[in-house]
Design a protein around this ligand. Sequence first.
Ligand code: NAD
Length: 462
Amino acid sequence: MSVNEQMVQDMVKEVVARLQIDADVSGNAGVFKDMNEAIEAAKKAQKQVHALSMDQREKIISLIRKKTKENAEIIARMGVQETGMGNVGHKILKHHLVAEKTPGTEDITTTAWSGDRGLTLIEMGPFGVIGAITPSTNPSETVICNTIGMLAGGNTVVFNPHPSAIKTSIFAINMVNEASREAGGPDIIACTVEKPTLETSSIMMKHKDISLLVATGGTGVVTTVLSSGKRGIGAGAGNPPALVDETADVRKAAEDIVNGCTFDNNLPCIAEKEIVAVDSIADELMHYMVTEQGCYKISEEEQEKLTATVLTSKGLNRKCVGRSAKTLLSMIGVTVPDNIRCIVFEGEKEHPLIAEELMMPILGMVRAKDFDDAVEKAVWLEHGNRHSAHIHSKNVDNITKYAKAIDTAILVKNAPSYAALGFGGEGYCTFTIASRTGEGLTSASTFTKRRRCVMSDSLCIR
Ligand code: NAD
């Protein structure tokens, strides 16, 4: 294909994405002006969902998976266009991942005890209507992932999405509702409001018909949800360190770390945000990152300029979050070729570009004198989020020591961080990692309550 044909195709895709945005934000069944109306509709729909057989729920979920794959490119383009963050190719992969690996009704299981005194079951029942707050960084991925799990558990969901990703979130909400209708389910399984604000989220948090809150976002929103007086699942911020010790395959560690860090321009909360390397292999690691992995090493002067650009007195400069290394470097007057995908430098752990959760392809490397020192520094950098951490090591004793010390929901060994989401690793996918409240990687069963069902002195047929 010639360059011109490619350009024309790209332009067509842009136009389609724009048309989809304009076409799909208004006049749809799941989108309300008022949060109270959205909750009322979700309450009615939940009665219908609860009456569906597991087989019928699974049919809807299958159609959500199919539609997610069919629309992956459009939603990916829409997300990048609306938020200005991330990378279309990687967002397409994230949508395929969410479609293929988010658990459905198979996650809803029963535990049974049978004996002389009868039969007792623990069943997973729905909470009812769940209020979910979703981030700007993975907006549609989180909406789709949450809806699949919540529906499998017999719930409906009201979303209060991040305002800067509302169109993309509404597109995803319309898509899951369309799947429900086409599969013979309720008109609505997920709702939202046209203009989500802190006020609409406050109405949701206080509403009597919302029985569970699920917050996926930064520290502030999780704290607010956990202070609401309702049951809350808190999927909060991280700042995952990647520790590299002297036993690691250093060349592979460089490749894995840069692949993980640059995925979707570092937007995933699990992505490598800084490196802690033991002294004996630190130079080698930096060498491979710069010579083989498309990293640009910034000088001290450039570090200062970059710090002033990406961090303002009010915190993160949102115009830098999720931007490519090339774009970030252009903001400080540095021009690099297209193959540069990550910015690296060496610094102390307190360096603002290292200690802060930036969500940008910037990797500061902290040097540690030995493994114990590396663990101490990595634990400090994780800030007690208990979210994610990564290690490159062939020493199982070191890995075990690190795992116990850092105590995170996710610990990836010898792979890019995204292996934790089942991408190049075993296990299921989620975009809501309940780091603060301890559920870990959420799935359908997380969105259910345990109900004991007791039959006395009967139905034991042994
Ligand atoms: P954000 O915290 O700015 O926003 C997340 C959501 O919370 C948005 O819908 C926003 O409108 C809402 N919100 C923010 N403050 C609120 C408040 N006080 N009351 C009510 N609602 C509020 O986060 P973001 O920039 O969209 O996403 C990035 C952050 O989310 C990072 O810190 C990242 O680590 C975290 N994150 C965590 C997970 C996880 O699974 N643990 C997943 C994705 C993102």
